[in-house]
Ligand binder design. Sequence first.
Ligand code: FE2
Length: 546
Amino acid sequence: MAFQYPDFGLTAEQRRFAVRGHYYEFAGMDGERGEIWCYTDRISYQHGETATIHVSATAGSFSLQVHRDGAAETIVLERHQLDCGWQDTPDQCSVDGCGWQPTFEIVIDESWPTGAYRMTLVAEGRDGSQISCSHLFIIAPREGLKSGRILQVAATGTWLAYNTWGGSNSYQGITGPNRDQYATAVSTQRPWCRGFVRLPAGAPRVPIEISLRPKTVPRYPHMEWAFATGHSKKYASAGWASYDSHFFRWAELAGYAVDLCSQHDLHFRPDILAGYDCAVFVGHDEYWTWDMRDAVDNYVDAGGHAARFAGNFMWQTRLEDEGRRQVCYKYRARAEDPVYQAGDLTRATNSWEAPEIGRPGALTFGLNATRGVYAGWGGCAPRGVRGFPVYRPEHWAFSGTGIYYGDLLGADSHVFGYEVDGLDYEIRGGLPFPVAGSGAPEGLEVLALGLASQVEESADIPDEDQFLSDEDGRFTAETLFGDASDENLDKVKRGNGMIVNFPRGKGEVFHAGSCEWVAGLLRRDPMVERVTANVLDRYLGVGKDK
Ligand SMILES: [Fe+2]
């Protein structure tokens, strides 16, 4: 492994801005050259429905290609000389939507299989060079019996929260009196930021891929690359291209019959899960509504199987305006979310582990975000385990891997990071067990366990060189214990990421709690592929009489 951070040609000042600065996509950003942007009226559609496309461009016409993005890349639609024009964009479009007039419509053809459809719009820039943009919509299945098929639920709540287009998202923003606050509500009515739909092969992932010499100050290759190449600052944190696509493509290539839907489908059509043998959640999967959790809990209780290969089950959101707006007050929830003044506190847009909500994440997927968090980047275990340390190699999930006690699962492909979910635990006789009060469901087994951290803390690295600092740790301390004292911080700062398995009602849940599990599928790590297939095959009843 290399000892040097990759160099993308930035100065030290630019590198600092790439990480600390606020940069984002907005209408007019490309100046004289001109630009083209688009969004669809919804994230997903069913067969026979009509997708409305809203386009704003400096050009008067454009051409369009629509690809299905699965095991094969198939063109399903191609159009030329479609009319368009420039449309004004309101300042707070991230919050309120762009409000552009419809430009054209696509009727979702019955012959197009469910999945992700990538739109590429191309036009001529003012200088005669080509300008283009990408967008994505999902074709989701209708309710009905889908024996032998998997339903993958794309982490669209997290895509929305991280989308930098228009200047505000759930992390940074141009919202509030001083135009310096993150948005407490984000709109679906805007383009996806650059890098959410497609990325060049080799775009850096978040976890650090070099060997760190003593006293190395943390750097962030993915944000440096983003700044150097004109991609979204958050391209590696969320989106189809960085996460969900890797499972979908791998599963189709491996011969699984897999359908795709959005989290909005789960929220508004909870019965979409009924009839599937297995529901899958992957990648960075951080934002959920109460109703989405109800949908999964009811499905598993009734005999369904949920397989989550994802990390950071953190925030409750609320959907407004028929799903066009996702509300999440996050760190400011107790001070600003109106449900704290008058309303139903169980629906507070706070961490799932906030006691007033009464529904820790572990009740659904076995693990809690507030016991997990960062691994393998910044100053949070940058020299950490890379793979899941295995404690119960005899478990069915590991069959055929030849893995031993104490081995790392997926270290070669770096599946452990960059945010993980865990539980408070104790080790007895060399095996981890959830402690009383951890929130772990009855019968939960911890199969693997690696260390993570909620704070950057080093006696040798100065505070001004830390990016993550102790902010999240202080928030967790305040959320769980009422104040962010040093004493409470000490209770929460040492996190972990786990693989767990438990029965629930008539069904079962398997959870490998790491955002980066998909890196093992992308990099074709045979160990990670085998475990993934073991889970899917068991849940699909492969090799069993049904
Ligand atoms: Fe996250």
